[in-house]
Design a protein around this ligand. Structure first.
Ligand code: SF4
Length: 959
């Protein structure tokens, strides 16, 4: 057996490739095998020197083993599948009551299997564990016992690994074969022995990437290195210096120029953008090809950044993206919900969009809203019951039923079904063990990508092939501390001390292996090699430059790549402008930006009157909230596209229609609750028929909305009836039109319900939300509608102001403090429906004549010691004064409106609680048009003070 050592990985492989091609051409009846980890890259490397691989095969180690088994027709034993191995270990742990027999044993099993594989490969049957601490001793004794039992339990027609089957089988039939191993998979005791046996018959060459010193990077080869090996020396002085000192304690300066460059950027994203721009510019300047470049990435985050940025630049590369297996995730959410019964998991499942009945976004939104606001979420999957399941087969049967009945059929679902069908076993399982089994064994989905002839190479640090692929420029990304080189943690089942005493690959072995790979990447180019790193993570946490970079910086002159012009590139110009700079060639854009800054993103005033002189309360309230919103909504009449699901105003119309039709019921002494649902049903259907809305009931979302509306209405009618029974007021009108003349405009509107008691008039607004009147805000023009309605109606009929109330028609959920055996009093239920708004202090007992200490109808209470009512109560004077303030305010609004002011000036407040009440932006449809700019636009701040003192007697008149 011939072994080739030395640290110049690329040079060694290239020599081997060239020699192999020469030999293979001379000996055409002999077979030459290259055993590598990534055959495709090696094939490309071979084709740089030859047009055909006639008697050369490039295969993986596993393919070699399979080929040898076929060659010797060894078919009597099959390797245990992953599932079979897991099931065997699970059974062994459970039947022996080992320390691993805990609730999370399934989580540990994959790691235990890896340890058993290590024991197998390192031939560790009876290790000496006497020197270990007691806890480690117990742990390792258990693992050894599991290993022994596992070997005993392996069925005769199965084997753990294939190597054992091949020992002592090699014979002269392989004598014309040549094997060249460029893989570190063979550096284990067991495999190395096998390769040695093969070498006694065939010509075997092994490649090691090591040197004759005691740096950690030599650790992976230490047991296999022989000083008599052929060592390929470095002729190149730069490589010689690099390979002698990197990862050592010394860093002498190399006196010549080095091929090293650096890119230092703010974040990993910016780092990757700069790397790709550098390549892009180089291709344009030097007319090179994509395959002249290779980028090394350290982890998944960098890989995704690279893939996404390259896609943005339209640059082809060699990687396929991993896809999210949404169908599998839905199954996992289903199982998680069945285990924990947490509604959040159920919501995740419904929200997966993989279910036939829950695929409508509006419907899902409604379900989510109902859950978030009322904690109500029905379980549509209660028929799938895992409680009776005992064996793995039982669980799989229910899963397959669930997939078949509930999930939208697509290609991925077929993969999912095939995956579950492989789970055949009568072994007993708990539901959580089944869940972890799925989580641990779920397959990965990859993007189906067409290969492109010329593409850039994205390689991880274990795939150091840029040298053999002849890439002219190489980029090493993520060279930050703990990333490159990687930080290894001592956290597995076997700790570092355990590994050391068992003479298994320990932490320093892993560190060495990682360093060895990085050195291979550094060796892959001695003309142009860029090291890049970021100074902070995306969330602003500082990142340190890698100690590797610091050492290289001491050893070599590293030239800086200028990234300041990167943002002039078309695809990143946005970033240039975000940094406050401008591209002088973009004159039109620059002029627009200057104008924008000058006007502070504000439109000019209108010069032509755009509005009719009929104004409603909603128009005035909209203008008060933001003039620009008013301009879009009522001036330009821009409306969003109608959505298929019922909108709030449409739901409101249905509710108002039914309440108008059923208003007689409110005054009845007794209400027949049995017939009420039918009455509601009749009127809801009548409204839908009259307005030709039946087609919209094909939508799940709308069916759900109508169902909820009917439930809400049932409660509403019962409560409205109760409230009227306890009141001296009587209904005198509903859906009443309001008209009023102001000096410059006409005011119009419709009031939902008008009640009267003697000379007092009270109005009620039916709302599907918890709307209320805030006096300080009403003085500033918010929620003024009901005040204007009440004033208009009362003055017209020469009656007194009785009150203005809001009735919330949404169903309430009782938070009860009672025990389950105690009966809830209906009073507690009615209390939930107390109305918002204000009443005149003179009519408190007329509104609620059952009033004792607290009213169940309005927000008022009797205070005995002061002998008065407190709460949402105003005197006649205060009500009148409030209306005067509102009238004064709307005149000011009209003045501003008639002068064409359409400023982007939404109301706001520096008090967050008030901000949410007054700011109209959150649900505004015109956000994308106004482009409210936090740097230029400002909120018109409301007065946060309590202004109620203004309407008290003794204060100056409002006018
Ligand atoms: S988003 Fe805000 S600022 Fe823009 S139009 Fe709407 S309310 Fe006005």
């Amino acid at each position: 057996m011939k072994t080739i050592s030395g640290l110049n990985y690329t040079l060694k492989i290239k020599e081997l490739i060239k020699n192999t091609i020469n030999e293979a051409q001379k000996n055409i009846f002999e077979n030459y095998y290259f055993i590598v980890d990534d055959p495709l890259f090696f094939e490309e490397a071979f084709f740089k020197y030859t047009d055909t691989l006639f008697n050369i095969r490039i295969i993986t180690y596993n393919t070699l083993i399979n080929n040898l088994l076929n060659h010797y027709q060894i078919y009597n034993q099959q390797k245990l599948s992953k599932l079979e191995t897991i099931l065997m270990i699970k059974q062994i742990i459970e039947t022996n009551n080992y320390i691993f027999n805990t609730n999370n044993k399934m989580e540990l099993i994959p790691e235990i299997i890896n340890i058993l594989e290590l024991f197998y490969l390192e031939e560790l049957d009876n290790p000496d564990i006497e020197t270990l601490p007691d806890l480690s001793k117990q742990k390792i004794t258990t693992i050894i016992d599991i290993y022994k039992q596992f070997k005993l339990a392996t069925p005769k027609d199965k084997c753990f690994q294939y190597e054992d089957l091949l020992f002592n089988h090699f014979n002269d039939s392989l004598k014309n074969n040549h094997y060249c191993f460029i893989t570190e998979k063979i550096f284990t005791k067991h495999r190395y022995k096998l390769i040695n046996q093969l070498a006694s018959i065939s010509d075997v060459t092994i490649l090691m990437n090591n040197s004759d010193d005691n740096r950690d990077l030599n650790k992976p080869f230490i047991n296999y290195y022989d000083k008599d090996n052929d060592i390929i020396k470095d002729d190149d002085l730069y490589l010689k210096h690099l390979n002698t000192y990197t990862f050592s304690l010394q860093a002498p300066k190399f006196n010549d120029q080095s091929p090293l460059y650096k890119i230092a950027q703010t974040t990993p994203k910016a780092e990757i953008e700069s790397v790709i721009l550098n390549i892009y510019q180089d291709i344009v300047d030097n007319q090179t090809y994509y395959h002249d470049y290779a980028i090394y990435y350290p982890n998944h985050e960098y890989k995704m950044l690279l893939i996404n940025t390259l896609e943005q630049f339209n640059i082809p590369h060699n990687l396929s993206k991993s896809l999210i297996f949404k169908e599998m995730n839905a199954c996992l959410s289903f199982l998680k919900y069945k285990i924990n019964k947490q509604k959040d998991d159920l919501l995740d499942l419904l929200d997966s969009r993989m279910l036939k009945k829950f695929n409508d976004l509006n419907y899902l939104d409604r379900i989510k809203k109902n859950y978030l606001e009322n904690n109500v979420l029905d379980d549509p999957f209660s028929n799938y019951d895992f409680n009776q399941c005992v064996t793995l087969n039982d669980y799989v049967k229910i899963m397959l039923e669930f997939i078949d009945q509930e999930m939208i059929t697509n290609e991925n679902v077929i993969t999912l079904i095939n995956y579950f069908k492989e789970f055949q076993s009568t072994q007993e399982f708990s539901l959580s063990d089944f869940y972890i089994l799925i989580k641990k064994t779920k397959p990965e989905l990859k993007e189906d990508k067409k290969p492109c002839n010329d593409h850039l190479y994205l390689l991880n640090y274990d795939q150091c092939y840029s040298g053999i692929l002849d890439c002219k420029k190489v980029y090493l990304t993520g060279v930050n501390e703990t990333v490159v080189p990687l930080q290894f943690k001592d956290t597995g089942i076997l700790l570092d001390q355990d590994l050391k005493s068992l003479k298994l690959p320990d932490l320093s072995y892993q560190i060495g292996s990682n360093q060895n790979n990085i050195l291979k990447a550094l060796n892959s180019n001695n003309n142009y090699l860029v090291i890049s790193f970021a100074n902070a993570s995306i969330d602003g946490q500082p990142l340190l430059k890698s100690s590797l970079y610091n050492q290289l910086n001491n050893m070599f002159d590293i030239k800086n790549i200028d990234i300041s012009k990167d943002y002039l590139h078309q695809s990143l110009k946005k970033n240039l402008y975000l940094k406050g700079q401008q591209d002088s060639k973009q004159t039109a854009l620059n002029t627009m930006i200057d104008k924008y800054i000058q006007s502070r993103n504000q439109p000019g005033s209108l010069t032509t009157p755009l509005f009719s002189n009929y104004l409603s309360a909603s128009k005035l309230e909209t203008y008060n909230g933001c003039p620009y919103k008013y301009y879009n909504q009522y001036g330009l009449k821009l409306y969003p596209f109608k959505k298929p699901s019922f909108q709030t105003n449409e739901i409101g119309s249905i509710v108002h229609y039914v309440l108008e039709k059923t208003k007689e019921l409110f005054s009845q002494l007794v209400i027949d609750v049995d017939t009420l649902p039918n009455i509601i049903e009749k009127y809801v259907n009548e409204y839908i028929d009259n307005n030709e809305l039946n087609d919209r009931l094909n939508d799940y979302n709308n069916i759900y909305i109508i169902k909820t509306v009917k439930q809400d209405l049932l409660n509403t009618i019962i409560v409205l009836n109760q409230q009227l029974q306890a009141s001296d007021f009587e209904i005198v009108g509903s859906e009443i039109e309001i008209k009023r003349k102001y000096p410059d405009f006409n005011f119009t509107g419709i009031v939902d319900r008008v009640d009267q008691s003697d000379n007092y008039l009270k109005i009620i607004d039916y709302k599907s939300s918890n709307k209320d009147l805030n006096i300080s805000l009403a003085i500033q023009g918010f929620n003024i509608q009901m005040l204007l309605y009440l004033d208009t109606l009362a003055s017209k009929q020469q009656l007194d102001l009785g009150g203005l109330l809001y009735f919330n028609t949404k169903k309430r959920i009782l938070a009860s403090s009672l025990k389950i055996t105690e009966e809830e009093s209906s009073e507690n239920f009615f209390k939930q429906y107390r109305m918002n708004g204000y009443v005149n202090e003179e009519v408190v007992t007329r509104v609620d004549n059952e009033f004792e200490r607290n009213s169940n109808i309005i927000k008022a209470r009797y205070v005995k010691k002061d002998d008065c009512y407190k709460g949402n109560i105003l005197s006649s004077f205060a009500l009148k004064r409030l209306i005067d303030y509102v009238t004064g305010h709307i005149e000011k609004l009209y003045d501003s409106l008639s002068h064409g002011n359409i400023q982007i000036a939404p109301k706001g407040s520096d008090d967050p609680a008030i901000f949410t009440k007054v700011n109209p932006c959150t649900y505004c449809n015109y956000r994308a048009i106004c482009n409210f700019d936090v740097f230029y636009n400002e909120y018109t701040l409301v007065n946060n003070e309590n202004l109620e003192y203004l309407i008290k007697e003794g204060e100056d008149n409002a006018n």
